[in-house]
Design a protein around this ligand. Structure first.
Ligand code: MLT
Length: 409
């Protein structure tokens, strides 16, 4: 008799955004005449930009000609894309990353979720709270936790990100092995300063720990002093892996392209204490389980790094950041406490004491979808996350409705 992986029984009923989508669907069914405005899931709404679309077409045209047709590509990604990434996302910011250290993939959700496969079961894992749920759920699936008790899994070390520490977790007093960090942060929109990241890198080196750094929202940073990559920090090449994505940067959520950076200087030990390059392990996994991102998608992604492509994608992120500014302004004017929205596309709002209650009230009375903060962890209780990804007029209409709701209180 085939039996299930019992670890799946420990998971919360469904993935956060699936639960939200179900609730919204049920509300719409019960109220078919109501127009719902969505500031929930962080999904882009603006179309691909002209030079990226042209490159995409060019890639498809090449696939249609005998002389330029391509079958399987390199699992790690085509050299033209890996070289462009190394030059523009890292070298240009003074960070040393070689094309051989870049692995192109179909998304950071998959990469951050899959990466834990490379490690032993007995890791001490540091998880920020609140957090992007994928980091937690994939470790639960892999059997690295006990049961969830009061919203926290036994066996994980939670790193609180609250108002008291400006939503950047403090350096823990105990030794951890694997630490997930995400800046600009999903869900709070908070960013880490150079000094804060340096403290994390120093901690990781001291404890021979590894930082899994999710920088999917780096393109939304507007303050010049904030690092875009952990590899801008001295010492990070020994102790960090970074995840980046074209999803939010260039409107690729429906196209699918991302990449993971593993410096060839990150070493991890086996049971005998023998060191292995982490890059080689990921390469082994990647080439066994993945056949590469499609050629036209990679040609389109490379167009992000042309002069024209850079201008166009900057306009995309500027547009969403103006939405974020409007959201933060409306929330603050309503007298609510808010963070984020200045260097990231999410605004984190204190909306009472019960996030799901706030979510339900906003959906029922204003027909606006937000994300309940408690879905990201116990420290998110009482908060809601408002996403800046939508068309300007919809954001403005949603803010008008929310302002009226908040004024009635
Ligand atoms: C979110 O809303 O948090 C994002 O859509 C997450 C993701 O990119 O998977």
């Amino acid at each position: 008799m085939i039996r299930i992986n019992e670890n799946y029984q420990k998971l919360q009923a469904s993935y956060l955004f699936v639960t939200v989508a179900r609730k919204v669907e049920a509300f719409q069914k019960a109220n078919p005449d109501k127009k719902i405005l969505r500031l929930g899931i962080g999904d882009v709404t603006l179309p691909l930009t002209p030079s990226i679309v042209q490159a995409f077409h060019r890639g498809v045209d090449e696939m249609a000609q005998d002389s330029t047709f391509k079958g399987y590509g390199p699992e790690q990604g085509y050299a033209f894309l890996r070289e462009a990434i190394a030059e523009h996302d890292f070298e240009a910011r003074g960070a040393k990353v070689g094309p051989h250290e870049i692995f192109v993939s179909d998304g950071s959700k998959c990469d951050t979720g899959n990466f834990q496969e490379l490690f032993s079961q007995d890791l001490k894992i540091g998880i920020p709270d609140p957090v992007y749920p994928v980091y937690v759920d994939t470790n639960v699936m892999a059997g690295r936790t006990g049961l969830a008790v009061n919203g926290r899994y036994e066996g994980l070390t939670y790193l609180n990100a609250t108002k008291a520490n400006d939503f950047v977790p403090d350096i823990p007093s105990q030794a951890l092995d694997l630490i997930y960090l995400c800046f600009p942060n999903n869900p709070t929109g908070a960013v880490a300063t150079r000094a804060q990241l340096k403290a994390w890198v120093d901690y990781a080196r001291q404890h021979q720990a590894l930082i899994l750094f999710d920088a999917a929202y780096a393109a939304f940073i507007r303050s010049p002093e904030i690092p875009h990559s952990i590899f801008e920090i001295e010492g990070a090449r020994e102790c960090a892996v970074e995840f980046r994505s074209f999803s939010k940067t260039a409107g690729f959520t429906g196209v699918r392209c991302a990449y993971t950076v593993i410096p060839d200087t990150v070493l991890i030990s086996d049971e005998q204490g023998k060191k292995h390059r982490l890059l080689d392990l990921w390469n082994r996994r990647h080439s066994t389980k993945f056949n590469g991102v499609s050629y036209p998608v990679q040609v389109a992604a490379a167009a992000v790094y042309t002069d024209q492509g850079k201008k166009e994608v900057r306009q995309l992120t500027d547009y969403y950041m103006e939405n974020a500014r409007l959201i933060r302004q409306a929330v603050t004017q309503a007298g609510l406490e808010a963070t984020g929205g200045e260097n990231g596309p999410y605004v984190w709002v204190k909306a009472g004491s019960d996030s799901w209650k706030a979510f339900d009230e906003i959906l029922e009375k204003a027909q606006v979808v937000v994300t309940p903060g408690s879905g990201f962890g116990t420290c998110g209780e009482g908060y809601i996350r408002i996403s800046a990804f939508n068309h300007r007029e919809k954001v403005q209409e949603a803010l008008g409705r929310l302002t009226r709701l908040w004024q009635q209180k």
